[in-house]
Design a protein around this ligand. Structure first.
Ligand SMILES: [Fe+2]
Ligand SMILES: [Fe+2]
Length: 280
């Protein structure tokens, strides 16, 4: 059982924002860097189907929830629906003539989420808690280091910042659902299953994002070898999108881990206020 818990009274609000950027902003939007752009676009292309899977996983088990978690599940579903919608809009702005790989990525993501669906709701929920940990790690980095401001068109930066704020807000919802559903299991069984899932999901997720970003870079004229080298450098060395969150990733394997045991970045409150105001 976790020793930390979701803060009492935590609200997960629906902010029905339309934040998709203008078409002019999207080409090599990551500071003019094709590699960073390919990585972020690869992530964005996996979000709509991924987020729909998370929604269905959590929705399936919502009967097991009690107290504030019931409302938080509602907020989670609403937030992820709006994320899927806004990333779909962003993804549509990627020029398919130039980047035919984008459609391949969407099709592969659909196929892979369907495979998870075929394995049933518990597999879906396990995949969700692991991937929500990944998104929380990336959101943390974005909030903590403000990696986008100054080098990215403001409309795109705002979309990712808003997503990061909401991922932080709802980071424990699926986890709390897992705890509620498995409350009659032994601690060891719960721990073993979520840890094994994290190992498996980490291998698959990092490999898929690497492959997807390479596809987009090849559309940019990189050779297969150049693309792989550049993407690996971006993810694991400089800036190290996946490497930098290793401490938080590792924290998952602590018995009694809970997502709220990870400190919230300082910038969170100010950015949350910005989006609360925007949502009116
Ligand atoms: Fe999301
Ligand atoms: Fe999420």
């Amino acid at each position: 059982m976790s020793t930390t818990h979701t803060p009492v009274g935590l609200k997960i609000p629906l902010r029905n924002l339309h934040l998709a950027p203008s078409k002019e902003s999207v080409h090599h939007w990551f500071g003019g860097d094709p590699v960073g752009t390919a990585v972020m676009n690869a992530l964005s292309l996996t979000f709509p189907d991924g987020e729909k899977l998370f929604i269905d996983a959590v929705r399936h088990f919502r009967g097991a929830a009690e107290g504030e978690l019931v409302e938080q599940i509602r907020g989670f579903i609403q937030q992820e629906s709006v994320h899927a919608r806004e990333h779909e809009t962003l993804n549509r702005l990627i020029d398919r003539q130039r980047y035919p790989g984008a459609d391949v990525i969407s099709a592969l993501t659909r196929e892979r989420t369907n495979q998870a669906r075929e394995r049933g709701p518990m597999t879906m929920l396990l995949a969700t808690i692991a991937l929500e940990h990944f998104t929380a790690i990336m959101a943390d980095q974005l909030l903590q280091e403000d990696t986008l401001s100054g080098k990215v068109p403001e409309d795109i930066a705002r979309l990712w910042r808003w997503h990061a704020v909401e991922e932080t807000e709802h980071k424990a919802v699926a986890f709390d659902v897992y705890e509620a559903v498995t409350r009659d299991w032994s601690g060891w069984r719960r721990y073993r299953l979520r840890s094994l899932t994290m190992l498996l999901v980490s291998i698959r997720f990092t490999r898929h994002i690497t492959d997807y970003a390479c596809l987009l870079l090849e559309d940019d004229g990189y050779s297969k070898r150049e693309a792989l080298r550049a993407v690996r450098r971006h993810l694991w060395s400089n800036p190290g999108l996946f490497r930098r969150g290793w401490r938080t990733w590792l924290a998952w394997f602590k018995p009694g881990f809970h997502p709220w045991a990870i400190a919230t970045p300082r910038a969170f409150a100010a950015w949350k206020a910005e989006f609360d105001a925007l949502a009116g």
